[in-house]
Write a protein that binds this ligand. Sequence first.
Ligand code: NAP
Length: 271
Amino acid sequence: MAKYGLIGGKLGHSLSPAIHKLFFQYTGKEGTYGLLERDVEALPELMQKLRSEYKGCNVTIPHKLHVMPLLDKIAPEAAAIGAVNTIKFTEQGAFGYNTDYFGFGRMLAYNSITVKGKVAAVLGTGGAARAVVKYLADQGVAKLYLVTRDIAKVDTRFAEMAPMAEVIDYTALGKLQGDVLVNCTPVGMFPKVDASPVPASVSAEFDASVDLIYNPAKTLFLQQAEAAGHKAVNGLFMLVAQAVAAQEIWQDESYASDLIVRIMTALEQEQ
Ligand code: NAP
């Protein structure tokens, strides 16, 4: 049976095994998906083993950068983002991809949020923000505000990925209006659910708010958007969509959004 897995540091609470199990169940594909908790020093040896025994794997914190030098080829979006979260093993070698990029895009499309020619603001400048910013830039967003607590510390790669991006602080964000506001910070995540990265007055100035957080399903950030009568989307669709995008790479097949929704629904019922 084909073997797949997730490489990461601490994986105790990962939803990935459940998502991939549902994928196998609903598509009839055969496979196992296990957790591969490793320190960075153990990665070269692990990769040798995976190359001979595995068909594919996902990669999460803190190894999305560490695996890159161990691969034979990296897809353009993953190279630009500077992070790999999916690896496909073939006889030709180990190939790296970033499916957070595709998962985010599919989430916007599914929720009819268009960004071409629009004004977007992205909160936070970590790994998730890099995939989001690259996607927004590739889709032709007109203006992109990258919002940080400390402008001096922002990675210079953002400017390369998104020449239209302007790095601002939260005070400057308070004076802006726009179309899409994306939370790429962990603020509001369980158990600290009483926090939002921005006040309600900011949420009111954007037509749609997207939170990458999926626990809780409705963060305070999203409650603020809904209270202002605006669209609010949580990160569960993205989480499942990035897993399905990985399966599309491994299986070399395409899957409809119905499958993502079916997996999401099953996960919500399990929780
Ligand atoms: P991260 O690197 O730990 O943090 C992201 C950024 O958030 C930081 O670089 C920081 O930017 C800002 N930040 C951190 N703590 C903050 C605080 N207390 N107040 C304000 N800003 C703060 O995390 P990540 O890996 O990018 O992930 C971000 C979030 O997205 C997490 O909640 C993660 O679970 C979620 N995520 C979801 C999906 C999905 O599929 N739905 C995928 C990836 C990530 P500045 O220092 O510039 O302010």
